[in-house]
Design a protein around this ligand. Structure first.
Ligand code: CP
Length: 298
């Protein structure tokens, strides 16, 4: 693995290897190999973040390296310097880059032109680090994903949903995307996904039926604020609440990549009932990303 740009580009063995390493790094958190000793890794963020920024900054330090946070708006990038020029400059100065931005092409171009390990920390297309942490959480809490049925509810065409779709396709577990027609995965996207593990269901109750994991994400993703009123109206039947959870398997868990908007995609009651696994999922961002960086400098 040279970069982590998307889950689409990873094999089953690569994903499983990362999860195994993440669990191991979590167990020896304070004595992990100093694989980034003497290195500086840049975090270039064009969007807000709490979990991703903090987990990468802490993770780089725990691996012996130094993080350098760069707000895209304060860089010359924000005044129109091309990504490929920025990449060629940073590639001569830092050892790795973690990028949160809008267009997937910008992260792909940065990786090509910089020549240094590059990690997608969320684009409009994918959020691979989040789903690696989610899979680690399934491994720890449910013993893995084999024979498990996962439901993603809400905006089924968002970056988190797309990364879940690739995880299902690569690992072979069943994923049901529960979403209304305007928010179902685009046909042009689904044409790239191998058939057999992913289904799309417009009825929320039917979508969660028989599921072991019910997952949701914010309904108004960053950059979609202008669509806020429409999204909240159309997606309201997909709220995870006690009534909906009664249709899932007994003992089903709720997962959420956070931040959570109580009263919108999830009720406070359900959120608090599943807070243990949801905040473990958040912590696992740290361990999963340490596994990714360790793999990229191997
Ligand atoms: N889940 C996630 O990526 O959180 P942040 O936006 O806070 O980084």
């Amino acid at each position: 693995m040279k970069h982590l740009l998307s889950l689409e580009q990873l094999t089953q063995a690569e994903i499983e290897g990362l999860i195994h390493s993440a669990v191991d790094l979590k167990a020896k958190r304070k004595s992990c190999p100093q694989v980034l000793a003497g290195q500086t890794w840049a975090l270039i963020f064009n969007k807000s973040s709490t979990r991703t920024r903090v987990s990468f900054e802490v993770g780089i330090r725990e691996l012996g390296g130094s993080p350098m946070f760069l707000s895209g708006s304060e860089m010359q990038l924000g005044r129109g310097e091309p990504v490929k020029d920025t990449a060629r400059v940073l590639g001569r100065m830092v050892d790795g880059a973690i990028i949160r931005t809008f267009a997937q092409k910008d992260v792909d171009d940065f990786a090509s032109f910089s020549g240094i390990p590059t990690i997608n920390a969320l684009t409009d297309d994918e959020h691979p680090c989040q789903i690696l942490a989610d899979l680690q959480t399934m491994q720890e809490r449910l013993g893995g994903w084999k024979n498990k049925r996962v439901c993603f509810l809400g905006d089924g065409d968002c970056n988190v949903a797309r990364s879940w779709i690739w995880a299902s396709a690569r690992l072979g577990f069943e994923l049901v995307v529960g979403a209304p027609a305007p928010f179902q995965p685009a046909d042009s996207f689904m044409e790239r996904v191998p058939k057999g593990t992913v289904s799309v269901e417009s009825d929320a109750m039917r979508a969660v039926s028989g599921c072991d994991v019910v997952y949701t994400d914010v309904w108004v993703s960053m950059g979609k604020e202008a669509e806020s009123a429409d999204r909240l109206r159309v997606l309201s039947p997909y709220q995870i609440n006690t009534q909906l959870m009664a249709a899932a398997n007994p003992g089903a868990v709720v997962m959420h990549c956070l931040p959570a908007y109580r009263g919108k995609e999830i009720t406070d009651e359900v959120m608090e009932a599943h807070a243990g696994i949801i905040f473990e999922e958040a912590e696992n961002r740290l361990h999963a990303q340490k596994a990714v960086m360790t793999e990229l400098v191997r």
